[in-house]
Design a protein around this ligand. Structure first.
Ligand SMILES: *[C@@H]1O[C@H](CO)[C@@H](O)[C@H](O)[C@H]1NC(C)=O
Ligand SMILES: *[C@@H]1O[C@H](CO)[C@@H](O)[C@H](O)[C@H]1NC(C)=O
Length: 215
């Protein structure tokens, strides 16, 4: 009886070992499978991380460009800005004559000529322009309104009407143009004979300014 029991026990142990073996084997392959899965996920994450690092590097470069003291953000767009004015009265003007703003306050990029009154576009870009004329009653040219226009390559665009009905007044206008290099911009007379400025008092009214907004 006892021998039989032991034998039975042994058989039973053998078969449960077999079951255990099977269980261990399937656990191992499950773990292997999970490992493969994790490996794939890690590769995807590494790939995402690499893209992120590139983006961070790009952003860092951009931020550094605009850091205080940095000039690199502006190296592609040159500084172009001018402002000229007149200290003295202009008289005997005629239609199509250029107004000469002979005192140059600013001429970055050297586009403006105080001799000709012409701004020659140094580089293609979008430019802002503004100008002002003045009238004072009692001067020789006060017989008629002064109309001036912003002229681009000989073509009159926006205008400014300066009436002569009241003692003193001013008129001006502004414009934004997309221009090519070598284009010529000036303030031309469409009607009228004179522009006022006050050299005696040191009060100067007529101005012509412009600058490059972007290339
Ligand atoms: C980083 O910048 C370069 C050049 O500007 C660009 O070609 C690249 O696509 C950018 N990379 C990322 C991840 O944004
Ligand atoms: C600038 O050049 C382009 C191409 O030649 C032309 O189409 C355009 O009219 C020019 N712009 C001006 C303001 O002359």
């Amino acid at each position: 009886m006892e021998v039989f029991c032991i034998a039975l026990h042994f058989l039973f142990a053998q078969s449960s070992l077999g079951i255990l073996d099977g269980m261990v084997n399937s656990d191992v392959s499950a773990v292997k499978f999970r490992l493969e899965e994790e490996k794939e996920k890690r590769l995807l994450l590494e790939n995402d991380m690499e893209i992120l690092m590139l983006k961070v590097a790009n952003l860092t470069r951009t931020v550094e460009k605009f850091a205080p003291g940095s000039t690199s953000a502006f190296t592609t767009a040159p500084s172009i800005a001018f402002m000229a004015y007149r200290k003295t009265i202009l008289t005997n003007l005629g239609v199509n004559q250029k107004l000469i703003f002979d005192k140059v306050a600013t001429n970055e990029g050297n586009g403006y000529s105080a001799v000709t009154g012409i701004f020659t576009v140094p580089v293609q870009g979008t430019y802002f322009f503004t100008w002002t004329t003045a009238h004072a009653k009692g001067y020789t040219f006060s017989d008629t309104a002064l109309v001036t226009g912003l002229v681009v390559n000989g073509e009159y665009n926006v205008h400014a009407w300066l009436g002569v009905e009241i003692g003193f007044n001013m008129a001006g206008n502004s414009a934004v143009f997309r221009l090519n290099a070598s284009d010529a911009v000036w303030i031309g007379v469409a009607k009228g004979h004179g522009v006022y400025s006050n050299a005696a008092e040191g009060w100067f009214y007529p101005t012509f300014s412009g600058y490059l907004i972007h290339i």
